[in-house]
Design a protein around this ligand. Structure first.
Ligand code: FE2
Ligand code: FE2
Length: 240
């Protein structure tokens, strides 16, 4: 584990800085496509977020972090933070795993760029049956986009493809949890929680209490990952 360098204020500043970096790089990718150059930037960003999550004062800094900015440019940043927090709590700590989850979370919705504007602009619940089929294809589009860039770790393809699979209720295949790639499960839970925060206009700490109160939601996910998710918000001084 990395030695702490930041105090709480500096940790908050760093969080803001990385958020604006995410906004800038994802904007570039959403406008001009994913290429070797911006893939390198995303990889470096994932590693910086991973380091920040290890800071002693990170949970306190997160307390004041609120992000209701328009989807999809900053939402993936929150998903990356949560995914990395969960992995670290699970001790899925190898550089390879952390990189796959960080990059997979940042790029999980990159396939949305292939969808018509009207599908992107409409909430999935309000889409026509035809447009819903198109929306469900964003996972496959995303997988193809990341597969075309050799510097993106191969594991990211599966994460992007399966980030809406949970409890046989998701898509594209309605897989049950046993069949879903574990790192995709981490990103799936992180994505659903990050969207819950936007929907309820709450920060992560207050949002956690509400989210955890929804037993129905928690039942959708792998219990081991849910436990790590909740514990990741609790400071563990001994481990730091
Ligand atoms: Fe998605
Ligand atoms: Fe998402």
């Amino acid at each position: 584990m990395k030695v702490t360098q930041y105090g709480e204020g500096a940790c908050r500043d760093r969080l803001e800085h990385l958020r604006s970096q995410a906004h800038e790089i994802l904007g570039e990718i959403y406008n001009s496509g994913l290429d070797h150059l911006n893939a390198q930037k995303i990889i470096a960003l994932a590693s910086d977020i991973s380091d920040l999550v290890d800071e002693r004062d990170f949970t306190s800094a997160l307390r004041e972090f609120q992000d209701y900015a328009p989807y999809p440019l900053t939402h993936p940043f929150m998903v990356a933070i949560l995914g990395l927090m969960i992995c670290k709590k699970l001790d899925w700590n190898t550089d390879r795993t952390l990189l796959a989850v960080g990059v997979g979370a940042l790029l999980h919705d990159v396939g949305m760029t292939k969808l018509p504007e009207r599908v992107i602009a409409t909430h999935p619940n309000d889409l026509s049956p035809e447009d819903l089929i198109q929306y469900h294809k964003h996972c496959e589009h995303g997988m193809n986009i990341v597969a075309a860039v050799p510097s993106i770790p191969v594991a990211v393809q599966q994460i992007v493809y399966q980030h809406h699979e949970y409890s046989a209720k998701g898509f594209p295949h309605g897989l049950n949890n046993l069949k879903v790639y574990p790192l995709a499960k981490v990103v799936c839970l992180s994505d659903r929680f990050a969207r819950f925060l936007i929907l309820n206009q709450v920060g992560p700490i207050d949002g956690l209490k509400k989210f955890v109160a929804s037993k129905e939601e928690l039942r959708l996910h792998d219990p081991e990952i849910v436990r790590a998710f909740i514990k990741s918000f609790i400071k563990d001084e001994k481990a730091r």
